[in-house]
Design a protein around this ligand. Sequence first.
Ligand code: PAN
Ligand code: ZN
Length: 195
Amino acid sequence: MNMQPFGAEILDSENRLSHFNTHVRRPLSSLRDHFADQTAFSRMLQAGDPIVYEVYEVHRPATAGELPHGLSIVHPGRVGDEYFMTKGHFHTVRGTAEIYYCLKGHGLLLMQNEAGEWVAEELRPRRLVYVAPGWAHRSINVSETEDLVTLFVYPGHAGHDYSSIERRGFLKSIQRDDGTFRVVDSPKWCAVAEK
Ligand code: PAN
Ligand code: ZN
């Protein structure tokens, strides 16, 4: 691991970093239980398995002093009326925050905490969102045509807890309605901890 200072370019035309350790591509099939409309999901999967989002990440040691960072790119698209989105997660260490900075596109950062509160902050170029400690977060692309590109930075010891969201889902879902996006109650939300 490089322990020297370093710089990197954000390559605008390709939506990627000049240097990174991993490039993860998440196809629709990896988001099976996240979208509300199962019929639309199966239909879309049969027609192919589109990439919903990609992450370029610069890995750093899992210590409190380090700052892993990277680019997240959510492609435009919908499953039924629900916009393409990331899986979403809590940080395993709940007391760790994160910064998202929007470079391109139009989206929302949907957040919720374990007390059942939720917040949706808009992502537009030059807008940043502070994910406070204890808030799960998912990014959603509400554009019909453009990628949603964000830069993220989080503490090295945060860890990723996907299972809480896989079990319970998010309280809200972002759906296209009458040509615009709406935040609606999610049919996937499970009010009790175990299904
Ligand atoms: C981001 C996310 C990234 C992909 O790096 O990991 O946007 O989303 P999922 O991890 O929910 O698939 C982050 O929040 N890191 O902590
Ligand atoms: Zn995170």
